[in-house]
Design a protein around this ligand. Structure first.
Ligand SMILES: [Zn+2]
Ligand SMILES: [Zn+2]
Ligand SMILES: [Zn+2]
Length: 161
């Protein structure tokens, strides 16, 4: 991963998914799409898979470059459209300060996402912020909250050790 290049610490707490865990996550995404009358088309599925297997957030150009199995890059709009879809359905989140994307690991549709980001290895951990309820209350009072960013930077346990 690009961001872990300088880090010689142990792997972060949330390495990318592999094997059965990856298949389970993709299967869950298929089901959530079906429930919402949406389709996990090939490009959407491919971009989600790349995010799920990654150990750290990926930038759009990482996704474009890694898209084709034979090393052929994707057309950028294909990846951007897939990212829009994945964000809208809550399968992925954009980390503003990195301008990069991660797969959602909380499997709770419609939540607000906040992140702990390791400055050393680039590992990110998602959590649901405590004030998510206040935001929901504000929305039911008529506010239209279009974005919310909470990104806490520091060192993960592996890099602090
Ligand atoms: Zn999430
Ligand atoms: Zn770290
Ligand atoms: Zn480190």
């Amino acid at each position: 991963m690009p961001m872990s290049a300088g880090c010689r610490h142990e792997d972060g707490a949330h390495p990318g998914l592999k094997g059965p865990a990856l298949l389970r996550a993709l299967g869950a995404a298929e089901r959530r799409c079906a429930e919402r009358d949406e389709r996990l088309t090939d490009p959407r599925r491919r971009v989600l898979q790349l995010l799920l297997v990654a150990d750290a957030p990926l930038k759009a150009y990482d996704l474009i470059g890694a898209y084709g199995s034979g090393g052929a890059p994707a057309k950028p709009p294909t990846v951007y459209r897939a990212l829009d879809f994945l964000e809208r359905l809550g399968f992925a989140h954009r980390i503003e300060s990195l301008n990069a994307y991660v797969a959602c690991r909380l499997e709770a549709p419609g939540h607000r996402a906040a992140f702990l980001i390791c400055n050393c290895c680039g590992a990110t951990e998602e959590f649901e912020p405590d004030f998510a309820r206040e935001i929901a209350a504000a929305e039911s009072a008529g506010y239209a909250v279009s974005s919310l960013t909470l990104e806490a930077r520091g060192l993960c346990p592996a890099c602090r050790a």
